[in-house]
Design a protein around this ligand. Structure first.
Ligand SMILES: C[S@@+](CC[C@H](N)C(=O)[O-])C[C@H]1O[C@@H](n2cnc3c(N)ncnc32)[C@H](O)[C@@H]1O
Length: 469
């Protein structure tokens, strides 16, 4: 065991040069201001010791053998010190439960939240989540139900707290997604306020190690870490116990710091849990964003949304009164569907390139007159799309860089309201204008979409560059 990995209670502290990651300090979190820099932590994830329930087998522990008032005061002091070491963009995730003693229910996390919200310079309660642990103790008392949950109290420091919700969206597909893709966020829905994560069982993370703890499932920690921090940020747990918070944060390439009073727990963390955890994490990566299932759903919803947008634009143009009565009115809309997930994540909207090719000045004038109103005021304004549609004549289009690029691809022709099924596949895109028909504007796209049998799914293919033009 490498002794330089941690420092000892009342003993010599390491110098910064021999610190190892993750850093689990054997110390008392009541002294955390001696160990941590102000404004240095991005997120605090912790479950403090229970009140008068568990003996963690160490002197000076918070909770065991204390009166309720002393217990609450000491926790409040630790949490207020956490506030000082947190950055303005930081947050606190307090995982706790109520407790019944002498027939009276102590609403511990609620009382802590109330006391802190009464102070001006303190944590602000943002939301309360129910954590369904999926497992309960085998007994109940009269008047209580099987205890399967705990609370997660989420506090923020400043108003500009980190909250990267897109990273933890849950992929979903109801049967309506094909017809109404614009109603679905392509990365899925925001998780609800009941979280289902089963507590780890005996035997995970190295044999027998979990016996003494109520360890967090690492998926739970992962969700909070992804939501509230970026790589290289600092995650802190002042009551580190098994070290689940530190190990998960470390695996996600965050700096991880914890304090734990019981030296034995710290030693076991480094000798048993951390190596076992790292191995398990590598074997079963949890990151949902990287899962092929989620990228496929993203691509399908994003492509359908963009196609529907362009065909709806065409329909709305045809509904304009002066357009309706213009004999032979037509145009072609070229769209290069953009399915780049990274771009979407950084910008938050699709930005497909679109160009209208108009056959003559009269139609150009009419299209120009209605284009901005349709984009800004119609139902298209609520799509997650950044659209600016240029209007060109055929020769301008074919000479433009967009025209040259898209005409080198196999194109798929869509018309009417069938945005989820193409009419024609054009392997010779040069001859696209053969398909321009009066009164029936067409959409030419670089993506082929075919409705699958049963109508609840689509086949999607992005066109390749043509080898011969
Ligand atoms: C509920 S457990 C934390 C479990 C942890 N969330 C996990 O995933 O394993 C609380 C921990 O706080 C530790 N503890 C109690 N008093 C402490 C103090 N004053 N300073 C630091 N740690 C303390 C206990 O030894 C125990 O390991």
């Amino acid at each position: 065991m490498n002794e330089g990995w941690y420092c000892y209670l009342n003993g010599p502290r390491e110098t910064s040069s021999d610190k190892k990651e993750p850093e689990m300090l054997i110390d008392d979190s009541r002294n955390l201001l001696d160990m941590m820099e102000p404004n240095s932590v991005d997120v605090i994830i912790t479950s403090p010791p229970y009140f008068d329930a568990k003996d963690y087998d160490v002197d000076n522990q918070i909770g065991f053998g204390q009166t309720y008032e002393v217990y609450l005061n000491e926790l409040e002091k630790v949490l207020s010190d956490c506030y000082k070491v947190a950055k303005d963009t930081g947050s606190l995730w307090l995982i706790m439960d109520t407790v019944v003693r002498d027939g009276h229910m102590h609403l511990i996390p609620f009382e802590l939240a109330q006391n802190m919200s009464d102070q001006t310079d303190s944590w602000k309660l943002t939301d309360i989540i129910i954590w369904n642990k999926g497992k309960s103790l085998p007994w109940t008392k009269k008047g209580t139900f099987r205890k399967v949950s705990e609370y997660i109290f989420f506090f923020r420091k400043g108003e500009n707290f980190k909250f990267e919700i897109d990273r933890i969206r849950e992929p979903e597909m109801t049967k309506w997604w094909v017809k109404w893709p614009e109603r679905y966020h392509p990365l899925g829905k925001i998780p609800g306020d009941i979280w289902n994560f089963r507590i780890p069982t005996q035997g995970s993370w190295g044999n027998g190690y979990l016996r003494h703890f109520c360890p967090f499932p690492h998926e739970l920690v992962e969700r909070i870490v992804l939501l509230t921090t970026d790589e290289g940020d600092t995650v802190f747990d002042p009551f580190a116990g098994s070290g689940a918070v530190l190990a998960t944060a470390y695996a996600l390439r965050r700096k991880a710091i914890g304090i734990e009073l019981n030296r034995e727990y710290v030693e076991r963390f480094y000798s048993t849990a951390l190596p076992a955890f790292i191995k398990e994490y590598q074997d079963t990566p949890q990151r949902k964003l990287d899962s092929p299932a989620q990228s496929t759903k993203f691509e399908k919803i994003s492509a359908l949304t963009q196609l529907k947008y362009s065909l709806t634009f065409v329909q709305l143009m045809l509904e304009q009164n002066d357009v309706k009565h213009q004999e032979g009115f037509t145009f072609s809309l070229f769209i290069e569907v953009d399915n780049d997930r990274e771009k979407f994540l950084s910008v938050g909207n699709f930005a497909p390139e679109m160009v209208i090719v108009s056959p003559n000045d009269e139609f150009t004038h009419l299209i120009c007159k209605h284009r901005d109103d349709i984009l800004l005021k119609s139902k298209l304004a609520s799509y997650r799309i950044e659209a600016s549609i240029d209007i060109m004549n055929q020769s301008e289009f074919e000479k433009s860089s967009f025209g040259k690029r898209i005409l080198k691809k196999n194109l798929f022709v869509y018309s009417g309201s069938k945005f989820y099924d193409f009419d024609i596949s054009l392997s010779e895109s040069k001859s696209w204008n053969k398909y321009v028909v009066p009164d029936q504007p067409k959409v030419f796209a670089n993506i082929s979409i075919r409705l699958k049998k049963g109508g609840n799914d689509i086949l999607l293919n992005e066109s390749k560059h043509q080898s011969v033009l």
